[in-house]
Design a protein around this ligand. Structure first.
Ligand code: C2O
Ligand code: CU
Length: 402
């Protein structure tokens, strides 16, 4: 795309991403929402525990907000984490047009331990030379199957922005993948990132990593310790990552610049190895389920779903309040799928470091087991693939929690 060209986008309050919502644990968040778009929409609060009425899924139980309509979202932020918000109706198109934003819930204790943070919302947009956004259904069924990636990579809504760093001075980065389909993977020199958590708060232990990969919907909480020469500019690149058949093209691509400014030498405080205790969900008497991502192209009609059924024919999974469930999520399709659950965070069985999550990648020919504790809030809760083109093509299901 040429520079100086403008593109019409959809926004919350006029910006992409939408306003950053920051709260502390225990705060009540109240969002007065008015829909001035030409179509119905909702706001889903991705990853955070909300009451069933506030989950933003059309008719579960509140109807979608019609053009000109209003709704007040209200919930208590009871768990620290890096969350985000986006529509849950025609979501691939609406997210692709610019509707997403970050929601940070801070625990004052860990702000003291890790210092100021920087929120990085990663996304992409599909724009032509004249600045027009590609049609939301670009590529038809192939677009649905492959997932639509944009040609403009955005960090906080900007192309190749820069952040300032002071050599040796750690920064906490809360990174959110808000793209409709793109996986984001990037790396820097050795030992520059210490991963301290997911979007759902701190992990049990910190770990040094050189590469970070985030699937759509996923977040990472990392401490970045710049070790560049003062006065230098380093570029963080998006790296090609396979998410299945024919998806590994193009890259590396420039994503973000880090400008290191001179400053008095700092000796960074060590990041604790142990961050918090995470109790394992007891699965000894858990109800077991198998969920398999499925794709069929019978009669040349693409149908995506779980266990052979697209969303409109899906049979809700039953669960009772107080019950633990152990889900085996199977992927024998030719594409990777980021699995996402609403309302409850889960633990990946056998994870090297215990942590809470709400989104996990299930790569081609892999099986992932997750343990969930349905501790409260009866209702109908969604699970789905977070490649939003897949979700809209039927890869969604419901839990009926009684
Ligand atoms: Cu972030 Cu049901 O979605
Ligand atoms: Cu998928």
């Amino acid at each position: 795309m040429r520079s100086g060209v403008t593109s019409p986008v959809w926004t919350y309050n006029g910006t992409v991403p939408g306003p950053l919502i920051r709260a502390e644990v225990g705060d009540t968040i109240i969002v007065h929402f008015r829909n001035q778009l030409p179509e119905s929409t909702t706001i889903h609060w991705h990853g955070i525990r909300v009451p069933y009425e506030m989950d933003g899924v059309p008719d579960m139980p509140e109807p979608a907000v019609k053009p000109g309509g209003e709704f007040v979202y209200r919930f208590v932020a009871d768990t620290a984490g890096t969350y985000w918000y986006h529509p849950h109706l025609n979501s691939s198109a609406q997210v692709g047009w610019g509707l997403y934003g970050a929601l940070i819930v801070e625990d004052p204790k860990d702000s003291a331990a890790f210092g100021d943070d920087l929120v990085l919302v990663l996304s992409d947009m599909a724009v032509d030379d004249e600045g027009a956004l590609n049609a939301a259904d670009e590529g038809g069924q192939f677009g649905d199957l492959f997932g639509r990636e944009g040609n403009l990579l955005l960090v906080n809504g900007r192309v190749l922005p820069h952040v300032k760093a002071r050599a040796g001075k750690p920064q906490r980065w809360r990174i959110i993948n808000a793209a409709r389909a793109r996986y984001f993977s990037f790396s820097m020199h050795e030992e520059m990132f210490t991963r301290i958590g997911t979007g759902n708060g701190l992990a049990e232990r910190s770990r040094k990593v050189t590469r970070i990969t985030l699937v759509p919907g996923e977040r990472a909480d990392v401490v970045f310790t710049p070790a560049f020469k003062p006065g230098s500019v380093a570029t963080l690149q998006w790296l090609p990552v396979s998410r299945g058949y024919g998806t590994e093209a193009g890259g590396p691509l420039d994503l973000l610049q880090v400008k290191t400014v001179p400053d008095a030498p700092v000796v960074p405080a060590p990041i604790p190895a142990h961050l918090r205790d995470i109790e394992r969900i007891d699965v000894s008497r858990a109800v077991q389920r198998t969920l398999e991502f499925t794709i069929s192209t019978e009669d040349r009609r693409l149908q995506m779903g779980f266990n052979g059924l697209p969303y409109e024919h899906s049979i809700p999974i039953h669960a009772k309040v107080g019950e633990a469930q152990l889900w085996t999520i199977v992927n024998r399709t030719a594409f990777s799928h980021p699995f996402h659950l609403h309302g409850f965070s889960f633990q990946v069985v056998g994870a090297e470091i215990p942590e809470w999550r709400d989104t996990v990648d299930v790569a081609v020919n892999e099986t992932v087991q997750v343990a969930v504790m349905f501790d409260s809030r009866p209702g109908m809760w969604m699970y789905h693939c977070h490649i939003l083109d897949h979700a809209e093509a039927g890869m969604m299901g419901e839990i009926h929690l009684e």
